[in-house]
Design a binder for this molecule. Structure first.
Ligand code: ADP
Ligand code: MG
Length: 538
């Protein structure tokens, strides 16, 4: 008899992990991701300093920002990062909580796997629990008057708490609420109408809301007017230059007369550009690309205010605010494509000179001029402002809030445990594991504030058993109390989204029992199983 030959059905460069190893490996990776962001959760969460390969530094407390910059390589860990991205995209906040929940769901699933409970039972239980949680969330959410400034401010403050905006959060909350109210149009809110401009000249407390928009560009020449009242604004996306460096032509000139002729023709063409702009009555010009020096000169002569290399997003905002149409070919420009506003003016903010376009009554665009001492501070402030803005939009659109500070998670957990008792079979254990995973949020809020987790958790449990469904751990005074009354409130939508994406990804990861990875795509290490970037982060 011949010796048994192994059979290869995969190419050599495929690395394969199967069964329990694959599961363990994936769960471990997911757990590590969750651990990595956990310390940033809540009002007393710490920040992370991330340094990329070019040495750029980001200091942040924001879950999705941290994960995006970590360059995570492990496939299961990447799926965790996707949770944060989806959460950010769909609701704009709650990224840390969502990732932590997924990590905990997987960690608790591992315990069940060790008890020889089949993954399909666990995933079934988890899906059931997620469905039920949504029903409970509906019951537990509170309908609010979304016109109430106090409610909206509380929402903004809860969202910004612990994000570096601490000393100015009242002020920021006011700015955000005011801004949202202004841009609200027939119940619709388009956050694109709120622009955030960052400026390092003053401290954060100087941050202010400005009607209209600010373009981070100064006028091209000092000979241009500083201020134009009732301007007619042209928006041109193409460059106003003659030479296109990509199609530079070679011209042979044989006598000086020819050269003169040639230069004159250029000059004539450039002059024509300015004439055209003037003819149709524009006195302000924003160009997305370059403007030739000579054109600048003629524009100044004609007292036209002009900015060049304006970002596309700014061009779009300008079109929105002023009603102008962005034109690519100058020949298509006519009077009806011009926009209007009350004023276009060059303003100085410390070192920076910018252009301020104040809209007319009907245009609803605003700018938050965000000041701060350093780039890192301003960037983090911007993220926190955006969390606040996103949360307010959620509440205005749905009118539903829940109690924060871990109260909603505790109550959901309690209800799920009760529900689990009505489920026969081993799924019951999975539902209980799901319920316990939710407790990870209040537990971590307490831990990050330096409180005793067990004390807090037992107290919270007994309060909820006593039907105090809004009992949460208020991190401002370290008391367990009715946090709804204290205004620690969050949009229901954040929790809904976090629960569904966390459970979906946990279920997806639990279903995997075979990982086939091509070794070639690993970044230089040649050994994919180690995921060097990833293991270094714990
Ligand atoms: P995420 O990325 O999940 O939004 P955060 O770091 O923003 O993470 O923390 C949000 C959590 O902090 C929520 O559970 C929220 O209820 C909680 N929180 C906010 N303010 C307080 C407070 N004063 N006391 C306790 N918890 C709070
Ligand atoms: Mg948040």
């Amino acid at each position: 008899m011949t010796e048994k030959q192994p059979i290869y059905f995969l190419p050599e460069n495929i690395e394969r992990t199967i069964g329990k190893d694959a599961q363990r490996n994936n769960i471990l990776a997911a757990k590590l991701v969750s651990e990595a962001v956990k310390t940033t959760l809540g009002p007393k969460g710490m920040d992370k300093m991330l340094v990329d390969s070019l040495g750029n530094i980001t200091i942040t407390n924001d879950g999705v920002t941290i994960l995006e910059q970590m360059e995570i390589e492990h496939p299961a860990a990447k799926m965790m990062v996707e949770i944060a991205k989806t959460q950010e995209k769909e609701v704009g906040d709650g990224t840390t909580s969502a990732v932590m929940l997924a990590g905990k769901l997987l960690e608790n699933a591992e315990k069940l796997l060790e008890m020889k409970i089949h993954p399909t039972i666990i995933t079934k239980g988890y899906s059931l629990a997620a469905e039920k949680s949504k029903e409970f969330l509906k019951e537990l959410s509170v309908t609010v008057d979304s016109e109430s400034e106090d409610i909206l401010k509380s929402i903004a403050i809860t969202a910004m708490t612990g994000k570096g905006a601490e000393p100015v959060k009242e002020k920021f909350a006011k700015i955000i609420v005011k801004a949202i109210k202004k841009i609200k149009h027939e119940g619709n809110i388009n956050l694109k109408n709120i622009k955030i401009i960052k400026n390092k000249s003053y401290g954060i407390e100087d941050t202010k809301l400005i009607e209209g928009i600010i373009i981070d560009k100064e006028k091209l020449s000092i000979d241009m007017p500083k201020k134009i009242i009732n301007p007619k604004i042209a928006l041109i996306s193409d460059s106003l230059e003659l030479k296109n460096p990509e199609i530079e032509a070679k011209i042979s000139i044989t006598d000086p007369g020819q050269l003169q002729e040639f230069l004159k023709r250029d000059e004539f063409m450039l002059k024509k550009i300015v004439n055209k702009i003037k003819e149709i009555g524009a006195n302000v010009l924003f160009c997305q690309k370059g403007i030739d020096d000579l054109v600048q000169h003629y524009l100044s002569k004609e007292k036209i205010y002009a900015c060049r290399r304006v970002a596309r997003s700014d061009m779009e905002s300008l079109a929105h605010v002023t009603g102008a149409k962005i034109i690519s070919n100058l020949n298509d420009l006519s009077e009806k494509e011009l926009g209007v506003s009350e004023i276009v003016e060059e303003i100085k903010n410390g070192e920076d000179i910018m252009t301020y376009v104040r809209g007319n009554e009907n245009s609803k665009a605003l700018t938050i001029l965000l000041h701060g001492g350093s780039e890192h501070v301003i960037d983090e402030m911007e993220r926190s402002l955006k969390d606040g803005l996103g949360d307010i939009v959620s509440v205005i659109e749905t009118k539903k809030i829940v109690a924060g500070a871990g109260a909603i998670e505790m109550e959901l957990s309690k209800k799920l445990k009760e529900f689990a008792n009505s489920v026969s079979g081993r799924e019951q254990l999975a539902i209980k594991a799901f319920a316990e995973s939710l407790e990870f949020i209040p537990l971590t809020l307490a831990e990050n504030a330096g409180l005793d987790q067990i004390d807090v958790l037992t107290e919270l449990k007994s309060r909820h058993d006593n039907n105090e469904k809004f009992a949460g751990i208020n991190i401002f005074n370290n008391k367990i109390e009715n946090v709804l009354e204290k205004g620690i409130i969050e949009p229901k939508r954040i929790k809904e989204q976090a629960i569904s994406s966390a459970s979906e990804v946990a279920v997806m990861i639990l279903r995997i029992d075979d990982v086939l990875s091509s070794k070639n795509n690993s970044k230089g290490s040649g050994n994919h199983a180690n995921y060097p970037n990833f293991s270094g982060m714990d």
